[in-house]
Design a protein around this ligand. Structure first.
Ligand SMILES: *Cc1c(COP(=O)(O)O)cnc(C)c1O
Length: 405
């Protein structure tokens, strides 16, 4: 029995690719993509086996190298990001590890925003540092600092936009120009916006990095990561490293995220709308002194964010509660968290469930108070990763604590 396979016409919209891109169905014609829970693949004969081991693109051999469910996830994500190819990894951090292993060697230099995800900072500064790769950390928003940091041996610029938790936005096109003028590549961590809102490659970036754990899965179930880029970089530079070093994405996790991609567009639209409404509500509340959200006109990079992010602010925001000194600020922030009856107290984001967290004692808890001050993360700062609950219930949940202050 064999399936007549229809090929997709060219020029499909990304919403369509999010539902349709991937490998064709198996001979059984399943309409929902199959989950291939197999670590090995039976070869028809010794000659074919030899060819596939020599060139993995000719067929599946062993799941550390590749698996059809993982391939479908890679093809669908690449289609959505508008890149030729993508490669999946076990987590988002594994994708950055792969990036470094593929592009950097001892003596090379990296320029990275100071405001990137904490583990990303550690990976560049500490772990890659051990292997003789030096990194310079610069302002998220001051392009001059990026230019000044460039050296003849700079190979990679790494940016994340918007950032966690202050939602600072960097100019992807300008960073791509700085990278290319210096013969370096720009990689953008596109975790917060996802391809539903922002496509860094359209703005000149060379590679896009993802934590699939966040909006791509979108329901807080599994961990996953990916790099998206040219077929040459993905197939010739990164795929051989995954095969050797084994930061492979598990097929089950690939399947969960593959199905998550189908609803990414509508989830992002709905979560952005909720976040915008929460931001406006907070901006008008007397117990709130400042709201950080790119969708608000008061955000310093509002115009850039609207250009770069399909006119949306994303679904993560943060705000400062009122308070006279650090002690009172922290007490007030804790009151808001502990009064919430709907939101989860957790540090993940990109979930359908709204999550509230106190950055100074969680994601930024290992910094000294001076480092936190320099980063603008006060004791009164709360981050909300807005989910899909009804907006009235979210506002009421924040009011429970804010009205007590
Ligand atoms: C979570 C996150 C990562 C790391 O991803 P994991 O899947 O947790 O390894 C990297 N960058 C950003 C912006 C993140 O939010």
């Amino acid at each position: 029995m064999s399936m007549q396979v229809k090929t997709l016409p060219p020029g499909l919209h990304r919403d369509t690719l999010a539902v349709r891109a991937g490998l064709p169905p198996s001979q059984w014609g399943e309409n929902s993509e199959a989950l291939f829970l197999t670590s090995g693949f039976v070869q028809p004969d010794a000659q074919t086996s030899a060819q596939r081991f020599a060139n993995p693109q000719e067929g599946y051999t062993y799941a550390r190298t590749s698996n059809p469910t993982v391939t479908s996830f890679e093809q669908r994500l690449a289609a959505m990001e508008g890149t030729e190819a993508a490669i999946a990894t076990s987590t988002g951090m594994a994708a950055i590890l792969l990036l470094g292993m593929g592009l950097l060697k001892a003596g090379d230099h990296v320029v990275c925003s100071r405001s990137v995800f904490g583990s990303t900072l550690n990976l560049f500064a500490k772990e890659f540092g051990k292997f003789g790769v030096e990194s310079t950390f610069v302002s998220q928003t001051d392009l001059q600092e990026w230019k000044v940091a460039m050296r003849p041996n700079t190979r990679l610029l790494f940016a994340e936009t918007p950032t966690n938790p202050l939602t600072e936005v960097c100019d992807i096109r300008a960073l791509a120009d700085i990278a290319h003028a210096g013969g370096a590549l720009l990689t953008v961590d596109n975790c917060f916006c996802s391809p539903a809102l922002q496509r860094p490659v359209d703005l000149g970036a060379d590679l896009v990095m993802h934590s699939g754990t966040k909006y791509l899965d979108g329901q807080g179930r599994v961990m996953a990561g990916a790099l998206c880029g040219s077929a040459r970089l993905i197939n010739e530079v990164f795929a051989p490293i995954v095969r050797t070093a084994g930061m492979t994405l598990a097929p089950f996790n690939a399947w969960v995220v593959l199905k998550g991609l189908e609803t990414l567009g509508i989830r992002m639209q709905a979560q952005c709308a909720n976040a915008m409404a929460v931001a406006r509500f907070l901006e008008s509340h007397p117990a709130v002194t400042r709201v950080y959200y790119p969708g608000l006109e008061s955000h310093p990079q509002h115009a850039l964010a609207m250009r770069q992010q399909s006119g949306k602010g994303g679904a993560v925001l943060s705000f400062d509660v009122r308070g006279a000194d650090p002690q009172q600020l922290r007490a007030n922030a804790f009151t808001v968290i502990d009064s919430a009856q709907v939101m989860s107290i957790a540090t993940n984001l990109g979930d359908t469930k709204t999550i509230i967290s106190h950055s100074a004692t969680t994601s930024h808890g290992r910094l000294t108070e001076e480092q936190r001050q320099a980063a603008g993360i006060g004791q009164g700062l709360l981050r909300v990763a807005v989910g899909l609950e009804h907006i009235d219930d979210l506002k009421a949940d924040l009011s429970r604590g804010l009205d007590k202050l």
